[in-house]
Design a protein around this ligand. Structure first.
Ligand code: UDP
Length: 242
C-alpha cells in the first residue's frame, strides 16, 4: 500500500466521484440459473459475481456426512478473465482462505441442523474483480441461500471500509484497495446486529475503527434493503431477465 496516488480530494471526493460514505452502484438479481436450488448475481461497481447454491443433498461420500446437521461447503473462485492480469484457474491460497472465511461468515445465519447428513454447496464465481469480492460474494450468497429455501436467522450482508488519503471511506474499489492505507471487510446479520466477519488489512486507530464500523453499518443497511428487494422481485414474479 502506498500513499503516492491522490485518491481523495481535500473536500472528500474520491477518484470515481463518490463521497466517503457512498457505496458503488449496486445491482442484485435472485434466480438467474435454472439448474440450482438458489442463485444470485451481484454487481457492485465493476465487481461482478455469480453465486450458485446446490442442495441440501445427500452427502457423498457417506462418511463425510454429519449426523446432526448439514455441511456447508463454499467455493470462492476467480475466473481467469476476472482480473487485469490473467489469474491461474487453479485455486490459489487466497481463494482457499476466502472460501473458508466466507463459509464462516454465512454459517451463523443458517439452521444447518434442519438438514442432517446433507451437503449444501455454495459456488461463488467472480466474473470481474474490482475489489470487495469477498463482501459482494457473501451478500449474493446469502440471497441465493434464501432462494434455495434454507431457513435462516437473518440474511448476511457485507461490505468493506478502508482508509484512503487519511480518510475512512466506504466500499473501496481496486485503486483504493491497492493504494490505500487500510481495508476492513465486515459481514453482519443486519437485523440481529451481529458481525460474522471482520478482517483488517493495514492499520486503523481506535477512532478510525469505530468510524469504519459506523460507515459499514450505513452501507449494510442500504445493501440489506436491496437484498430484500431482489428476493421480493424473485418471489412476486416481477423478475426481469438480464
Ligand atoms: N486481485 C487481483 N488478482 C488477484 C487477487 C486480487 O487482481 O489474484 C484484485 C481484485 O480486484 C480484488 C482486489 O485485488 O478484488 C482486492 O483483493 P482482496 O484480496 O483485498 O479481496 P477482495 O477485496 O476482493 O475481497
Amino acid at each position: 500500500m502506498s500513499e503516492s496516488v491522490v485518491l481523495i480530494t481535500q473536500d472528500g471526493v474520491r477518484l470515481d466521484g463518490r463521497r466517503i460514505d457512498e457505496l458503488r452502484p449496486v445491482k442484485m438479481q435472485v434466480g438467474v440459473l435454472k439448474n440450482c436450488s438458489g442463485s444470485a448475481y451481484i454487481e457492485q461497481g465493476k465487481t461482478k459475481i455469480l453465486v450458485a447454491v446446490q442442495g441440501p443433498r445427500e452427502a457423498h461420500p457417506k462418511h463425510i456426512a454429519l449426523p446432526g446437521r448439514a455441511i456447508l461447503r463454499t467455493r470462492y473462485h476467480m475466473a481467469p478473465f476476472s482480473t487485469d492480469e490473467r489469474k491461474s484457474p487453479a485455486p490459489s491460497r487466497r481463494e482457499v482462505e476466502l472460501s473458508k472465511v466466507i463459509r464462516e461468515a454465512l454459517e451463523p445465519a443458517l439452521f444447518l441442523e434442519e438438514y442432517p447428513k446433507t451437503v449444501i454447496d455454495v459456488f461463488i464465481e467472480v466474473l470481474q474483480a474490482d475489489a470487495g469480492t469477498r463482501s459482494a460474494g457473501i451478500t449474493a450468497a446469502s440471497i441465493a441461500l434464501a432462494e434455495a429455501g434454507i431457513p435462516m436467522r437473518d440474511l448476511v450482508t457485507a461490505v468493506a471500509v478502508g482508509k484512503v488519503g487519511g480518510k475512512v471511506v466506504l466500499d473501496l474499489n481496486e485503486a483504493e484497495d491497492e493504494h490505500g492505507e487500510a481495508d476492513m471487510p465486515i459481514a453482519m446479520m443486519p437485523s440481529l446486529n451481529k458481525i460474522t466477519l471482520l478482517q483488517l488489512n493495514g492499520r486503523l486507530t481506535r477512532q478510525e475503527l469505530e468510524e469504519g464500523v459506523n460507515l459499514v453499518k450505513k452501507g449494510i443497511k442500504e445493501l440489506y434493503s436491496l437484498q430484500k428487494q431482489a428476493l421480493r422481485a424473485r418471489f412476486s414474479g416481477a423478475q426481469v431477465e438480464v
